[in-house]
Design a protein around this ligand. Structure first.
Ligand code: HEC
Length: 155
């Protein structure tokens, strides 16, 4: 029984060591570019700083990785969140969306902020600075509603 347990832990150890050679493709582009959200709607400095602090790690082309992202399987798990978040909403590519999608994403932002779903709990647990203050929430929702209206009003 004892040797079996030891063999299992050696096996798990070997797997963990081998996993360290897996390197997920990192999200290291730039937030701003020719297709970023600034080309769709005005993004005031206050909003920019909220997005930077609380959303861009998962919803832009640029993630600031913590040191433990280079430890697997943590890094793989983080990358999965980034990939998933970006696929749903990418502020760096926002201007490429159809008008319908742009407007819908603005509605979703209001919803996600209202329901406290974003930023993800698993993220704010470590990134305390990303937690939205009541003022941040009001500003973000207002901005998303104004943006929604301006996208809808486009000829
Ligand atoms: C740790 C990564 C992470 C952070 C930080 C984060 N998100 Fe997300 N977001 C996701 C993931 C993953 C999804 C897709 C899965 C889901 O809906 O839970 C998502 C989905 C969304 C959606 C839904 C899009 C749709 O059409 O369904 C919106 C809107 C959104 N996020 C807005 C935000 C905003 C605004 C912030 C900052 C206040 C933020 N997110 C911060 C990871 C993140």
């Amino acid at each position: 029984m004892k040797t079996r347990l030891r063999n299992i832990s050696i096996g798990v150890g070997i797997i963990l060591v081998m996993l360290q050679f897996v390197r997920p493709a990192l999200n290291l582009g730039s937030v701003e570019g020719k297709d970023d959200i600034g080309h769709t709607v005005a993004v005031p400095a206050e909003i920019q700083s909220i997005l930077k602090r609380s959303c861009n790690d998962c919803h832009s082309n640029s993630t600031i990785y913590p040191w433990y992202a280079s430890i697997q399987p943590i890094g793989l798990w983080l990358q999965h969140h980034v990939d998933e978040g970006k696929a749903e909403l990418n502020f760096s590519m926002f201007n490429l969306y159809s008008d319908k999608r742009k407007a819908h994403k603005m509605e979703e932002i209001v919803e996600m902020v209202e329901s406290h779903e974003m930023p993800l709990n698993s993220y704010t647990w470590i990134h305390k600075e990303a937690i939205l203050s009541p003022d941040d929430k009001i500003a973000l929702k207002e901005w998303a509603m104004i943006s929604f209206a301006s996208i809808k009003a486009k000829p």
